[in-house]
Design a protein around this ligand. Structure first.
Ligand code: AHR
Length: 495
């Protein structure tokens, strides 16, 4: 099978916002406790942060991390998580039916984020709380000093403001499972008033309103329109959440889900723009895809969980090879939407539906999905070019025309390097890829790797998975050619 891609510097989507390679740490299961934080672990530093996890997060290159939830945030009192640890209260977390010790809190997360070179994306509780607690949190975090709240931060050890710039206005407020679930009008009014006073405290912050928790929500569409109608002037982004599963074991259809992702993103963009038009506004609302991933492997195990434990094993998906391929195509989809998706968070980062997994009595390791994410984050910085590609297609029960080739090129203009990300979805056919440069020729191949050759259900629990060199990539007759193995994720850097 053959496929082609044209690299045309004039066909640009947009500069990629590095924040699309963001992730998410929620107080859920073992994400925090025995995940990023485990005093007494052999790799723990003086603050109890696991260095083996820090090293893996740094390899991923995650520029922004959402915190502290998720569903958790809708019952969270941020004041519980600051001050001397011995005085912090233990609380019931109704979202996940666990006990939260608050041993790890706001200051600890800010300190940990610095160690992984990441910005904090903070969520405020709009489930059980409102504008007052949210604006007080902004003051605590970002006001330099001289007020009770900013001086409280200083007493708690942080002389300098945290300067948190990106704020989520609650979480999945459209979902009946959410603590303090609201109608779109109720939430839109609250989001507007909350964002307004948060910005009065610190005008440099940006806010994200909750969109739909999934495309299947019965209120999808009307929720977005109503929320934006209420809150347009005080919000900067609208969120989307999307999780995929392969419960029916249909690899061909599973690997086509980037088409669903594209439809969801395009639909929300259309709604944002429709509201902009009706408001006669010059302001454009961009998207924050602040939860996305594969999530289903752990569903059954989680139904047997006993309530009110501290840091139980929850949402511990062990990802397989086909999950990594899907994640690769979803990353390509995010790049394709670089003009409107400015923030995205792989949900989540450690242990809980995550690319990094820890053994509380042992080491930390990379799951299959770690590899495409790491390469996208490392090399997918620059200008996303409109994919001008062709290949044969296949049909699934959900999609009529699925190209076997899913690809995009990202241009690093300063270095004159194009990075091609390509997935071959075929389960049995290699794909002979030809890449042409609309501006002339290529000089040399700088890097060519493939993630290929594994059974679709293979996981990386034994640590055997690795990126391999793709020796077939070469420049010939002024074109780049490479063979993409059946079921493969490929990264080729060319000058
Ligand atoms: O990421 C896990 C959960 O999924 C989050 O807490 C919630 O926002 C979503 O439903």
């Amino acid at each position: 099978m053959e496929g082609s891609l044209v690299i045309d510097q004039n066909a640009r989507v947009d500069q990629i916002d590095p924040r699309i390679y963001g992730s998410f740490i929620e107080h859920l299961g073992r994400a925090v406790y025995t995940g990023i934080y485990q005093p007494g672990h052999p790799s723990a530093d003086a603050e109890g942060f696991r260095q083996d996890v820090i090293d893996l997060v740094n390899r991923l290159g995650v520029p922004i991390i959402r915190y502290p939830g998720g569903n958790f945030v809708s019952g969270f009192n941020w004041e519980d998580s600051v001050g001397p640890k011995a005085q912090r209260p233990k609380r019931l977390d109704l979202a996940w039916q666990t006990v939260e010790t608050n041993e790890f809190g706001l200051h600890e997360f800010v300190n940990w984020s610095k160690k992984v070179n990441s910005q904090v994306m903070m969520a405020v509780n709009l489930g059980t709380r409102g504008a007052d607690e949210a604006r007080r949190l902004v003051e605590y975090c970002n006001f330099p000093g001289g007020t009770a709240l900013s001086d409280w931060r200083k007493q708690n050890g942080a002389a300098q403001p945290f300067n948190i710039k990106t704020w989520c206005l609650g979480n999945e407020m459209d979902g009946p499972w959410q603590i303090g679930h609201k109608t779109a009008t109720e939430y839109g009014r609250l989001a507007n008033e909350t964002a307004k006073v948060m910005k009065w405290v610190d005008p440099s912050i940006e806010t994200i309103a909750c969109g739909s928790a999934s495309l299947e929500m019965p209120t999808y569409g009307s929720w977005e329109s109503t929320v934006l109608a209420e809150a347009y002037d005080n919000v900067d982004y609208l969120s989307l959440h999307r999780y995929y599963n392969n419960k029916d074991g249909n690899t061909a259809n599973f690997l086509a889900q980037a088409q669903d992702f594209d439809l969801f993103i395009d639909g929300v963009i259309a709604i944002c723009d429709a509201v902009q038009a009706t408001k006669h506004s010059k302001k454009q609302i961009d998207l924050s895809l602040d939860e996305w991933n594969v999530w289903y492997h752990s569903n059954d195990a989680d139904t047997h969980n006993q309530p009110w434990q501290i840091a139980p094993h929850l949402l511990e998906d062990k990802y397989d090879f086909q999950d990594a391929l899907l994640v690769g195509t979803l990353l390509i989809s995010l790049m394709k939407h670089a003009d409107r998706v400015k923030i995205a968070c792989l949900a989540q980062l450690v242990n809980v539906i995550a690319p990094i997994f820890t053994d509380e009595n042992g080491g930390a390791w990379a799951q299959s999905i770690f590899f495409p994410f790491m390469q996208a984050s490392q090399y997918g910085r620059g200008v996303a070019l409109t994919p001008i590609q062709s290949s044969a297609t296949y049909a699934t029960n959900q999609f009529e025309t699925v190209p076997y080739l899913d690809s995009i090129a990202v241009l690093d203009e300063a270095a004159h390097v194009a990075t091609i990300f390509a997935v071959n979805r075929s389960q049995d056919q290699p794909l002979a890829l030809t890449v042409t440069n609309a501006a002339g020729t290529f000089d040399k191949v700088l890097l060519a790797t493939q993630f290929a050759g594994y059974a679709v259900d293979q996981t990386n629990e034994d640590g055997q998975m690795a990126l391999a060199k793709n020796a077939s990539a070469q420049i010939s007759s002024e074109q780049l050619t490479a063979t993409l193995q059946p079921l493969s994720w490929n990264v080729i850097r060319v000058q």
